[in-house]
Write a protein that binds this ligand. Sequence first.
Ligand code: ZN
Length: 157
Amino acid sequence: MENEGKELNIPQCFSGAAQLLLYTRYDDPRIAGWEQKWITEWNVQLVHPWFPERTIKIHKHFWPLFNDALTELELLGLDSEIKSCDSTFSIVHYADSPVLSVHSWGVAIDMNAADNPVGSAGKWSEDFIAVMMRHGIYCGQNWTGNKEPMHFAMVDG
Ligand SMILES: [Zn+2]
């Protein structure tokens, strides 16, 4: 993989597997007009009045997955686990790294950050994460190594 990367001359900011996938599908989120093309401001509370944030900025291909997941969480009574929505779409780099966070594409949402800090084991129930997974949403609580349990995304990274 490392050699392939060098041959293709992938910019460092896209050097993670998830970043490369997103860059290939959706291009560089920093280019002019990108946000207008791919990001929608979704009024979550119109459909899920219990959600802690009224509107969120989210990728147009992520919101249907997230919407379906919220609907199923609600049906199973697991929506009560969501206490806060802390970060959605924003162009950000990881600390001390040139790699862009997948939040830069609007395909990730951090929730309950206070209960689920980076490096902690995470407090989501297995049932909660199973619902997310059924809808194609990965959780940083399942990562090996340095976990980021607040983090949910349509790519595993
Ligand atoms: Zn995150």
